[in-house]
Design a protein around this ligand. Structure first.
Ligand code: KIV
Ligand code: ZN
Length: 525
């Protein structure tokens, strides 16, 4: 993981096409304002070239490219155009206000595209390459030419077209893997072959543009760079036609983290990668897959006990990047059923608790039981659990078990077992609703005159498996106590809250406030 001193020849230019190839994919349409927001962020992040749209495609695309051209401070603003003059003129018009502008013109060169899509002979295509690049050069000195479906193009013809494009004034030559068909070794060899065989190849920068149909867009792009390409066309979150394009965040971080084997560098401020990913996900409504490299929500999350233990001892045990380097605040140790004691204690400390001995053991056992039943255990769940653990440590009355029959065919019935000062008690009661049945059980085993003044339920976290937190207020002789109980089962939470309030009353009586009146148990078994 050691980095070499960067040299200009190893500088890889980042060409972002989120607003063109990315926006082109089904469902990813962005509004004008959203495109401006994304472009601003890309510029700030250090993207070298922003492909802002395809001006001939629609009035909206034209307007976006034009406005982005006006506003962009550092990056080159690029408009895409097919080989036709109308396309090129429209792109030229759209990029006019830019401080630095580019026209990217493309034409298919593979036999299948020429025959079926273009219905043109290779000679006609060849002539159009020259004409289109020449036309584009009338608008800007910065012209990129792409051989669409380059990876399925015959080598002689590809070299012939590339040479002609450079001669006509193209300063960047892009060899796209339009259909995501190539593999790294093959793509490496293709870029190397073109650079070596085309006599004027040293007069242009070579570019890679890989689609992810076989999941190899990033690997292919990096192979192209190793073969001498110095521009990567990519998108935030890898969005793009079909399976998408190479993900910007992945190519950037791969070259950074594995600079020992890929000694290349970019001008991207990697700390902005997470922000960019979130913005693009939000404006396109394309969610980022949880396990997505670099920017997925699990990219720096650890749940397994073994991994959490390792992470707490040394972060390099399971992390090859520092989360802060890509704009993630911190590693998250996700608390779940795979978490071990070490991580649990660490989490408690983070939340400000210091438990030891039996109290810690009990809390850990209860956390494991909760994690077995609940998909996500949030900090709030752990707080509720520990608060209850602390509150119940001295309790005289403890809930052992509860089962309830509820539903449309009443009366509702509860069976409850309590531990009262070390002795078991069982009661079975009906009620006007399941909560009433539960409370009647408590009253049957712990007769008292306290009045229920408040019963309130709320969900500790979101989701149908969220823990319910129940608050109960009991008043006795003009003094009130309030207590809470939490559990994924609302009825169990209700029982816990009621018992917690009663325990407070017992504790108060034992302290002699307001006056001692013993609670007594029945059905002691
Ligand atoms: O995938 C592709 O070939 C393209 C070209 C327009 C460069 O997006
Ligand atoms: Zn593409």
């Amino acid at each position: 993981m050691t980095a070499k001193t960067p040299s200009e020849k190893d500088r890889v230019v980042i060409f972002d096409t989120t607003l063109r190839d990315g926006e082109q994919c089904p469902g990813a349409t962005m509004t004008h304002e959203e495109k401006l927001e994304v472009a601003e962020l890309l510029d700030e992040m250090g993207v070298d070239i922003i492909e802002a749209g395809f001006p001939i495609a629609s009035e909206g695309d034209f307007a976006a490219v034009h406005e982005i051209a006006k506003r962009t401070k550092k990056a080159v603003v690029c408009g895409l155009a097919r080989a036709g003059f109308k396309d090129i003129d429209r792109a030229g018009e759209a990029i006019k206000p830019a401080k630095r502008s580019r026209i990217h013109t493309f034409l298919s060169t593979s036999p299948v595209h020429m025959k079926w899509k273009l219905q043109l002979e290779p000679q006609q295509v060849y002539e159009m390459v020259i004409a289109s690049v020449t036309r584009a050069r009338a608008y800007t000195d910065d012209v990129e030419w792409s051989s669409e479906d380059g990876t399925r193009t015959e080598h002689d013809f590809l070299c012939h077209c590339v040479e002609a494009a450079i001669k006509a004034g193209a300063t960047t030559i892009n060899i796209p893997d339009t259909v995501g068909y190539s593999v790294p070794e093959e793509y490496f060899a293709l870029i190397k072959m073109v650079r070596e065989r085309v006599p004027n190849s040293d007069q242009a920068r070579f570019s890679v543009h890989c689609h992810d149909d076989l999941g190899m867009a990033v690997a292919n792009s990096l192979a192209g760079v190793r073969a001498g390409a110095r521009q990567i066309e990519c998108t935030i979150n890898g969005i793009g036609e079909r399976a998408g394009n190479a993900a910007l965040e992945e190519v950037v971080m791969a070259m950074r983290v594995r600079n020992d084997v890929m000694p290349f560098w970019t001008g991207i401020d990697a700390k902005m990668l997470t922000r960019a990913s979130k913005l693009v996900a939000a404006v396109t409504s394309f969610p980022v897959q949880y396990n997505k490299a670099i920017v997925g929500r699990n990219a720096f999350a650890h749940e397994s006990g073994i991994h959490q233990d390792g992470m707490l001892k040394h972060t390099q045990t399971y992390e090859i990047m520092v989360p802060e380097d890509v704009g993630v605040k911190q590693t998250s140790l996700v608390m779940g059923k795979h978490s071990g004691r070490h991580a649990f204690v660490h989490k408690l400390e983070e939340l400000g608790y210091r438990l030891a001995g039996n109290q810690l053991e009990d809390a850990f056992v209860r956390f494991k039981a909760l994690a077995d039943r609940k998909k996500h255990v949030y900090d709030e769940d752990i707080e509720a659990l520990v608060d209850e653990e602390i509150a119940t440590a001295q309790d005289h009355i403890k809930l052992v078990s509860l089962s309830v029959i509820a539903g449309t065919r009443g009366p509702q019935r509860a069976t409850m077992k309590l531990d009262i000062d070390g002795k078991s008690a069982i009661a079975e009661c009906e009620g006007n609703g399941p909560v009433d049945a539960v409370f009647n059980c408590v009253k049957a085993m712990v007769p008292h005159d306290a009045v229920l003044e408040l019963y309130q339920v709320h969900a500790v976290t979101e989701g149908t498996d969220a823990q319910a937190e129940v608050s109960v207020r009991l008043s006795e002789l003009g003094r009130a106590v309030t207590a809470k109980g939490a559990d994924p089962d609302t009825l169990v939470a209700s029982a816990k809250a009621y018992l917690a309030a009663l325990n407070k009353l017992v504790a108060r009586r034992l302290r002699g406030q307001p006056e001692e009146r013993r609670l007594h148990s029945t059905d002691v078994g």
